[in-house]
Design a binder for this molecule. Structure first.
Ligand code: PEP
Ligand code: MG
Length: 592
């Protein structure tokens, strides 16, 4: 039975912290119901503007603090928050509420933030869900300022004693505001590996666990805890023996990590099979990690970050510059740019479709891009221009029909012709690949292989749509597994279709970062994996321990299995003896 003292979440910044907990109730303050007279409306609007200007100044200070203590790229995280406070649509909506409904500035601001939070929570865009903490951060700051409450009272009374901070939602501001000497660990209920606060904690070198659903009630201020940012766990009321054991595990991990880092050689199995390891990039701040860990290019460049939190779509020049910059980081390798995987959400303004009952099955990704071809053309033109600086390739998300690929090809060809006519330097063509991330595309893998330049399996969505399990639903986390036999068999079908067409087939879903999956994918015949940059050393090391011949028989057994637990036990058995599972990071994919 599970130890009731052990709370599990996601390890987002590795390392061990042992010390007293400190529960921070940094939340939205109570905002009194208040309306104002018509005559007071201009004053309320003025109050709002002053508060926003003040908070922007404070965020600017935090940005400088982050630049000094975490790095220049991390400091840019505060730009996202400052941008939200400059968003004309957002501010216009708050001012309208004051003007039309005579709400007080704080009521109107609270109302609009809440509305956005709800919308972002419903969005299927991971990026938007992750940015909710940024929104919460500015919401709390502006409201406190409007209500005349102090913003910086957290930890004031602690007289510098080290603590592990527990909070519902860790905002980027909270992460950098605390003194590194005083805060030795962070834990929060909300948040994921890609939250800005997680990225900051990682850069600051502070162990951090997020996603502690239901965990906060079990924590009391000053109670001793062990926080393990590598395995993503928190142990309350540990015994001295448990503390000693945790410390010795941390030491073994440090040695193992040093061993992983020291693997300079390429990912090649004992019997000489070479696997290309690329990085998945969501945010520019991940580029350094990918390059430092020897990524052989970018196998999935998500472009949604370019639009999130903005009131306008980014232009062609900005995108061309961004893609070219990435090419220059990886001059000898491909950079696979995925066209927008947006939809169902409210940002930016051009993407404001009516609310949908099933946004995951709705107007999103390639459907949006083909229905609004100008959006697609802008990206295609930027990609063609960037191709002059490296091996940029274009990848289409959520494809279900061959016609979507054909139409995309037409739009790319039109864009190339237009660039030429306009005398703008650009490549005449670009390889176009398809993400196989729906059962429809997997069943048509043969046809897609014949019509595209490469295939890449998005196992996150492929799992979600094959199993009809929402990938973001914590309640269904145990059911969301790419080791379900149906997914394993689709993976086999896809790689074989690719091989017959002599096409590169990669895997770019999170699955590729899981050591057990690496054995399976290698054994099925995948030779290109695109993974989360921090996992590159582990997967490279693992591949160098494997024998492709053995992996092949392991995979053949997994394909024959009829239940998830059979697949998992085949893979776990293959892992035994290869690696001490205690040393591995917390599971990237939730599965049995
Ligand atoms: C996937 O679905 O596996 C994938 C890589 O794309 P995303 O996670 O961005 O949906
Ligand atoms: Mg996907």
């Amino acid at each position: 039975m599970k130890d009731p003292r052990l709370l599990t979440g996601i390890g987002v910044s590795p390392g061990l912290a042992v010390g007293p907990a400190y529960v921070v109730t940094w939340g939205v303050p109570d905002v009194p119901q208040r309306v104002v007279s018509k005559g007071d409306v201009p004053r309320e609007i003025e109050r709002l503007r002053e508060a926003i200007a003040d908070v922007k100044r404070h965020l600017d200070e935090l940005r400088q603090h982050a630049a000094e203590h975490a790095g220049a790229t991390e400091a840019k995280i505060f730009d996202a928050q400052i941008l939200m406070l400059e968003d004309a649509d957002f501010l216009g909506a708050v001012e309208r509420l004051i003007r039309d409904n005579q709400l007080s500035a704080e009521r109107a601001f609270e109302f609009e933030v809440l509305e956005l939070r709800v919308l972002w929570a419903q969005s299927e865009s991971q990026m938007l869900r992750q940015r909710r903490a940024d929104l919460a951060g500015i919401g709390i700051r502006v409201l406190k300022r409007l209500l005349g409450q102090s913003i910086q009272d957290v930890l004031k009374d602690r007289s510098g004693k080290p603590v592990i901070v527990f909070t519902r939602e860790l905002t980027p501001g909270l992460t950098v505001e605390f003194d590194r000497e005083q805060v030795i660990g962070f834990a929060s209920v909300e948040g994921t590996r890609m939250s800005h606060a997680a990225i900051l904690a990682h850069s600051l070198g502070i162990p951090c666990v997020m996603g502690l659903v239901g965990g906060l009630d079990k924590i009391r201020t000053d109670g001793l805890v062990i926080l393990d940012g590598t395995s993503g766990t928190v142990l309350t009321d540990p015994t001295p023996a448990e503390i000693a054991e945790a410390e010795s595990k941390a030491e073994r991990r440090r040695q193992f990590d040093a061993e992983l880092e020291a693997v300079g050689a390429p990912a090649e199995t004992i019997d000489g099979v070479r696997v290309a390891l690329r990085g998945n990039i969501d945010l520019p701040e991940e580029l350094d990690t990918a390059a430092e860990h020897g990524a052989e290019g970018v196998g999935l460049l998500r472009t949604e970050f370019l639009v999130v939190g903005r009131s306008e779509l980014p232009g062609e020049d900005e995108q061309a510059e961004y893609f070219s910059r990435i090419c220059r980081r990886f001059p000898d390798h491909p950079v696979v740019v995925r066209t927008y995987d947006l939809g169902g959400d409210k940002f930016p303004a051009p993407f404001r479709p009516p609310r949908e009952a099933n946004p995951f099955l709705g107007w999103r990704a390639i459907r949006v891009c083909l229905d609004e071809p100008d959006i697609f053309r802008t990206q295609a033109r930027a990609i063609l221009r960037a191709r002059l600086h490296g091996d940029v390739q274009l990848m289409l998300p959520l494809v279900t029909q061959l016609e979507e690929l054909e139409r995309s090809r037409e739009l790319v060809a039109e864009s190339a012709a237009a660039l030429e006519r306009e005398g703008i330097p650009a490549a005449p063509d670009v390889p176009i690949g398809v993400m196989i991330e729906t059962p429809a595309a997997a069943m048509l893998a043969e046809e897609f292989a014949a019509a595209s330049d490469f295939l890449s399996v998005g196992t996150n969505d492929l799992t979600q749509y094959t199993l009809a399990v929402d990938r973001g639903n914590a309640r269904l986390a145990d059911r969301f597994t790419p080791f379900h036999p149906s997914v394993v068999r689709l993976l086999k079908r896809i790689v074989e279709a690719g091989k017959r067409a002599n096409l590169e087939v990669s895997v770019c879903g999170e699955m590729a970062s899981d050591p057990r999956a690496a054995i399976l994918l290698l054994g099925l015949g995948y030779r290109v994996l695109s993974i989360s940059p921090p996992r590159l050393p582990l997967v490279r090391w693992l591949i160098r321990q494997l024998d492709a011949g053995i992996a092949e028989s392991v995979a053949a057994e997994a394909v024959e299995a009829s239940t998830t637990s059979q697949v998992v036990s085949v893979l776990t058995e293959a892992m035994n003896g290869l690696v001490d599972v205690d040393l591995l990071p917390s599971k990237l994919v939730a599965q049995g």
